[in-house]
Ligand binder design. Structure first.
Ligand code: ZN
Length: 307
């Protein structure tokens, strides 16, 4: 049977038809609604053309605090408004069973079962997108705590640091994420309108990917900013290794596409700053296998299991 998989992150709503073993491709992408209350309607509008007799269920990953049991989006830093009964509303509109989970939990499941973390007993997934989503999979199962485990993007690493989407300062995701790299890109382009970042942006509002392109083209300041972000990634990972000591850390999300210029400094700072670093086995920090589709693959796997 086929399932419809949806990944509603902080910026994009991506969707597609997948089989229950996680095979498939994204069918489309739309802007993620800025209001939580608009998400059910946006999901239904996106997936309606994909519905058919072969589709047996819908799996939705959503950024923010998700009540997995009742399919409710409780709170999101990226979509304002009161809690939304996302699962029940999409189920009513489509007539299909609907599973809703945190987007990073689903991506973590995909990477632990089929991706870069497969074979590890405890797999920590860190998804770098608009913010940072996290998921922990132990022996193939998502570990949830009481429901909201993994909101690691809002660990405060620098109380005097930049303002975060959650309203506090210096959260991990305010220091390294698509949002923070975008801010650096805009600063560099404004400081040097003829420089490499502005050139990479080509007249668009500069985004993190333009900083990555400029760094790869040899722009020293862009490379320094990217390495600094990687350093913050490593500092946060050091805290998580001290807490969890996972077998492997898988770094995914759109920002992980920056590759070694980001992950290299992260590994170095992790090794330098983790407690007892010289006497621990190094924790592998590896790029995700599924990239932007991890959440969709995970949604399909989760739906297949719940069926
Ligand atoms: Zn925050």
């Amino acid at each position: 049977m086929a399932v419809i998989a949806v990944d509603c992150g902080g910026t994009n709503l991506v969707f597609g038809v997948f089989d229950e073993s996680g095979g498939g491709d994204p069918a489309g992408v739309r802007p993620a609604p800025a209001r939580a209350g608009a998400i059910p309607e946006a999901v239904v509008a996106a997936i309606s053309p994909l519905l058919g007799p072969e589709v047996s269920a819908v799996g939705i990953g959503c950024a923010g605090l998700v009540d997995h049991v009742n399919g409710r989006l409780v709170w999101s830093p990226h979509a304002s408004g009161p809690a939304v009964p996302l699962g029940p509303e999409v189920a009513r509109a489509t007539g299909l069973p609907v599973l809703v989970d945190n987007d990073a939990n689903l991506a973590a499941l995909a990477e632990a079962r089929l991706g870069a973390g497969s074979g590890g007993r405890m797999v920590l997934f860190v998804g770098l997108g608009t913010g940072i989503g996290g998921g922990l999979v132990i022996e193939g199962r998502v570990e949830r705590g009481r429901g909201f485990l993994g909101e690691m993007g809002h660990l405060v690493l620098d109380p005097a640091g930049p303002l975060c989407a959650c309203g506090r300062r210096g959260c991990w995701e305010a220091l390294v994420s698509g949002t923070s790299l975008g801010r650096s890109a805009r600063e560099l382009a404004a400081a040097d309108p003829l420089g490499a970042v502005a050139h990479a942006a080509g007249g668009e509002v500069p985004r993190g990917e333009h900083l990555v392109v400029a760094a790869a083209a040899g722009d020293g300041e862009a490379a320094r900013r990217l390495a600094a972000a990687g350093g913050w990634l490593g500092r946060g990972l050091a805290n998580l290794v001290a807490l969890l000591d996972p077998d492997v850390i898988v770094v995914g999300g759109a920002v992980a596409g920056a590759g070694e210029p980001l992950l290299g400094p992260a590994r170095a700072v992790l090794a330098e700053t983790v407690e007892g670093g010289g006497r621990r086995r190094a924790t592998p920090v590896v790029p995700a296998r599924f990239g932007r589709t991890a959440g969709l693959v995970g949604a399909a796997l989760a739906v297949g299991e719940a069926a």
